[in-house]
Structure formats: structure tokens, C-alpha cells
Design a protein around this ligand. Sequence first.
Ligand code: PHE
Length: 345
Amino acid sequence: MQDRLKELQIEALEKVAAAADLKELNDIRVSYLGKKGPITEVLKGMGKLSAEERPKMGALANEVRDAISGQMEGKQKELEEAAVQKQLAAEEMDVTLPGRPVKMGSHHPLTSIIEEIEDLFIGMGYTVEEGPEVEKDYYNFEALNLPKGHPARDMQDSFYITEETLLRTHTSPVQARTMEKHQGKGPVKIICPGKVYRRDNDDATHSHQFMQIEGLVVDENIRMSDLKGTLEVFAKKLFGEDREIRLRPSFFPFTEPSVEMDISCKICGGSGCSVCKGTGWIEILGAGMVHPNVLEMAGYDSKKYTGFAFGMGPERIAMLKYGVDDIRHFYTNDVRFLKQFSVEE
Ligand code: PHE
């Protein structure tokens, strides 16, 4: 019986050592140490032994069991560790491989220009305002000194939605809205970028939808010289210190006096070329001193408060700054065009 137990031990230990995986190890455990296993079988014969031999044999059986299960524990750890290593090896990745390049988009050139102009005016203490694109006739025209039937309404062909609502033809209604919000009290210093709409036929220089940036300053003692100084700083910062500006008399119903601002042509340096149509100057924006009627309609006392306003088209500015010859390029989303304006971050 003793020999049989020893034999079983050797046999089991050999099998444990040879086990290739955890399943095989478990099968060995069940077959040798289980209730139906050979060790239990051998111990069934204990009844035939003498009272002296029985405890010895019992102790030996325990030793054999312990030896097998001890060995099994070690083997189990070893196999588990091997399984983890195998999985790690299978999932290994080469962190030194070059990555797939991510295609970067770029800001739309109009977005860049608008942000540049916003930053410039924010630096001079302005805040940014917005207004609705579907606008009331009142704010788009009437509050800007353009009553119904005024001939100057023809300067801006409009898309009407109802008798009293239209797609705004300029960003100037935001002037009226902002002043009204201030209820005739305190200074106003804003710019407002946004989309505007006019019933124009699209061509290289016209679009039925385009952008404008409006500026408005209202306070006590605001003068024409403040307007000129502001526009000069703006033009030189945006187009270069070497550029000159000039103001020409013009007409807008909501400003008096009204002007148009030109900058000196960069291409020819002022001597005249095809870009400036031989004049040496390029028109950039419309501006003027806020008309007293506009101030009064928004609740401001025009004897105490004065102001200036200006309005410009970012498309035109972008066209001049980047040498774009057709306004439609900004809206047709041709990536070959847009990619040229991508900036390396
Ligand atoms: N709203 C005018 C336009 O669209 C521009 C402008 C704005 C002129 C403010 C004077 C003052 O043509």
C-alpha cells in the first residue's frame, strides 16, 4: 500500500510538471485528489491494516496529497503567469511606429479677417454686439432716419418677408437696437459683425449675402476727429503702417456728415493701377457722425450726446488683403481655395 501511494505520488508529480495549461492541471487535480481518485481508492484498503499501521498509512496518504497539491499550486502560478505574458505579447504594440497624420482644417478666411478686426477694436475698448438677421423694417430703416417711402431706401435692394420684416440689408440696425437698450444713458462703444442680404445679382464683386462689421461710438463730446483717428489706427494696423487714408464726402441718411474712407493703393503705391482703377486709392468703408434724429429716436439727447459710426465689408477687406479677385470664392467652399489660408498652429 505504501509503495502504491509512492508510485501515485511520482506519477502525479510528473503529470503536474508536464501540464501545458490550466485546464489540464485542473483535470489532473480532479483525477488524483478527487473522491473517485486512486488515492481514495488505496485508502479504502486501510480497514485491512493493523491498528499500528493505520495512522502511519493515514499520515503517508496526507503527505502524498500535500506533496501533489503543493506542486500543483506552484504549477498553477506558473501557468497563470505564462497566460498573462502570452496575452501581453499578443496585444503588444509598437509605440515607435509613425502615427497616421490627421488632416487639419483651417479657419475660413472671412472668419480670420473678422476675428482680426474684432481683436483690433476690442484692444481699443469696444465690445462685440450681435443682432437678428431677420429684422424689423423699423430697425433696418425707420430708426435710422429712413422713413417709409424715403428715396434712399433704394440704395439697398431688400428681401422683404412681410410688410414689416425683412432680411437686414446692413448691420446698422444693431446701432439702433444697442442705443435703445441703453435708454439714452451713458456711452456706447461697440462693433457688430454679421451677415446681411441684398437683392443683387451675384458677380465677381456682388453677392446677395455678405458680411459687414458695424462700429458705433456714442458719448459726450465725440467729434469727427475721433472718427478719423480711429479709422486711421484701424487701417494702419490691418493693412500696414505705410498706408495712408483719406475721407471723401458721401451720403448716408443715418450719418451727418457722411464720408467714405479710402486707403492708398499698395500695388502701385499711389501712382495708379488696375486694382485702384488709376486713382491711387481704394474704397474701404462708409462712416459718419450719427445723425441727431437717430440719437433722438433711440432715446439719446442729441444736444448732450454725439457719436460716430462706420460700416465695412470683410469680404472686400479680405479680397484686398489676400489678393482674391472674385467674392464668390468665399462661398463656394472649394478646399483648394480655403487651404491657402491655413495657418500652421
Ligand atoms: N450701413 C452702411 C452700408 O451698408 C454703412 C455705414 C455704416 C455707413 C455706418 C455709415 C455708418 O452701406
